[in-house]
Design a protein around this ligand. Structure first.
Ligand SMILES: C=C(O[C@H]1C=CC=C(C(=O)O)[C@@H]1O)C(=O)O
Length: 459
């Protein structure tokens, strides 16, 4: 071992924490040092170690509760990803441009551990920004009680000793960081859309649909809020995950702040050749009274307008998957997805991918679905541009992760906020059909906005 690296290890490991599970990482780094240093300049190298399980009482040495700048909680897989820093960031001309980097990725460490991964975002259709992908410098992956710590480096960007210093410091924060879990309240609201403007836009859209210019358009409204203090995006994501267990919850570094969401719409999940997507469109309110709640769900299922709005989305997803799959399956009729504030018509769509089809290629075919844009795609895009519809903070874009094996998960950025310092920008939208009533659609967006507003004490 070089003396400089020994110095880094000694400096970054306080004596009181000698029993720290990070010694496993330190040992693995020392064992892999020659290979890391031999990796060609520009090459991406990742090293993974298994850590002891987290104790449920939170007293264990390993208890990843806070810290880092990216967090991803998957609803049905009991998996949480915590990322810190960036080993590499790629701006992709096309999302599948990642494949070349993926195959050159050097993976070190214990065998049988989950592969390293990258987070990525694709902007909304109305935003010309390119897709971005980044490999976190430190990634902690908790699957069930199993924990894997992965550190990554692009050779040539930073001296190895410096990278090791960052790895250990960031890993320590992910493992032992202290919660800052008091969320601020709302100090002021600045709606960017009022009911009159919304009503006008919905009316013009229903007229355009009646005139045959398009079948559906998703209009959206923006609400800016000022907070009484800084909101920690990672805490917001944790709260959202607790309140919305059926959703994919994430907080991802974006611009100078973070995008935080509890998205009910998992656009795609890929495991080997299997891909799962979710068609979600058609919305009703939830009710505390079970009878009223069931009636609302029944009305939703029976409504020709909601069923057509939903079918446009389910058909588009099935058609996009058919282009890259050997077979596609979906039930004939939707069921109901129940969330905290709303319930949606829901159709799961699954496919068996043809050989050689990459995950990000699937995502780029699916996005934007008619659940966030409208239909047909070109007409909806033209219409939204003509209406000066804006989108930012990634709202109606896609976010996800992809691993070294090419598997991954993608969620629409919905029920989301862009949070920076003491400010948050919230968006919510609704699919507009020929029969849409402006006031009802406004109420629906209110319910969708409350997913995030509730976190700041808004009833
Ligand atoms: C556009 C949003 O939701 C979409 C997803 C599910 C149901 C929708 C609807 O019924 O209108 C929307 O298409 C949003 O949450 O901002």
């Amino acid at each position: 071992m070089s003396t400089s690296l020994q110095t880094v290890l000694d400096e970054t490991r306080p004596p009181a924490e000698r029993a720290d599970p990070l010694h496993l990482l330190e040992r693995a780094i020392l064992e892999s040092l020659d290979t890391i240093e031999a990796t060609r300049p520009g090459g991406l190298v990742s090293l993974s170690v298994a850590l002891p399980d987290a104790a449920p009482d939170g007293d264990a040495a390993v208890n990843p509760v806070r810290g880092g700048d990216c967090r991803w909680l998957s609803p049905d897989e009991d998996q949480t990803l915590y990322g810190a820093g960036e080993a590499v960031r790629l701006t992709l001309p096309t999302p599948d441009g990642f494949e070349a980097h993926r195959t050159a990725w050097v993976v070190l460490g214990e065998e049988g551990l989950p592969p390293p991964l990258a987070f990525w975002t694709v902007p909304p259709a109305l935003d010309p920004a390119p897709p971005e992908l980044w490999v976190p410098r430190v990634l902690l992956r908790r699957t069930g009680g199993r924990m894997t710590l992965t550190v990554s480096l692009r050779r040539g960007d930073t001296p190895v000793a410096e990278a090791v210093r960052c790895w250990l410091a960031e890993a320590r924060t992910l493992l032992h960081g202290r919660p800052r879990d008091v969320l601020p309240a709302i100090a002021a609201r600045a709606p960017k859309t009022d009911l009159a403007d919304w009503t006008d836009r919905v009316r013009r859209t229903t007229e355009a649909i009646a005139a045959g210019r398009l079948s559906k358009a998703v209009l959206a409204r923006r609400l800016d809020i000022r907070l009484t203090g800084t909101a920690d995006a990672q805490v917001l994501a944790d709260r959202l995950a607790a309140l919305h267990p059926a959703c994919c919850t994430f907080a991802l570094a974006h611009g100078q702040g973070h995008v935080v969401a509890a998205s009910p719409e998992r656009l795609a999940v890929k495991r080997g050749a299997k891909v799962h997507s979710t068609a979600l469109a058609g919305t009703a309110q939830r009710h505390a009274d079970p009878e009223a709640d069931a009636r609302a769900a029944g009305d939703l299922l029976a409504s020709p307008k909601e069923r057509r709005e939903h079918a446009i989305v389910a058909d588009a997803i099935a058609e996009a998957l058919a282009e890259v799959c050997e077979s596609v399956e979906r039930p004939e009729t939707p069921d109901i997805m129940r969330l905290r504030q709303v319930q949606h018509l829901h159709t799961p769509v699954t496919g068996h991918l043809r050989a050689g089809v990459g995950f990000l290629d699937v995502v780029s075919r699916l996005h934007p679905t008619p659940a966030v844009l409208g239909w047909p795609r070109p007409a909806a895009l033209d219409w939204l541009r003509a209406m000066n519809e804006g989108r930012d903070g990634l709202y109606t874009g896609v976010a996800g992760w992809i691993d070294r094996d090419g598997d991954g998960e993608a969620a629409m950025v919905l029920r989301s906020a862009y949070v920076e310092d003491r400010a948050a920008v919230l968006w919510a939208g609704a699919g507009i059909m020929a029969e849409s009533d402006p006031a009802r659609e406004w109420t629906e967006t209110d319910l969708k906005l409350s997913t995030l507003l509730n976190l700041f004490g808004d009833p």
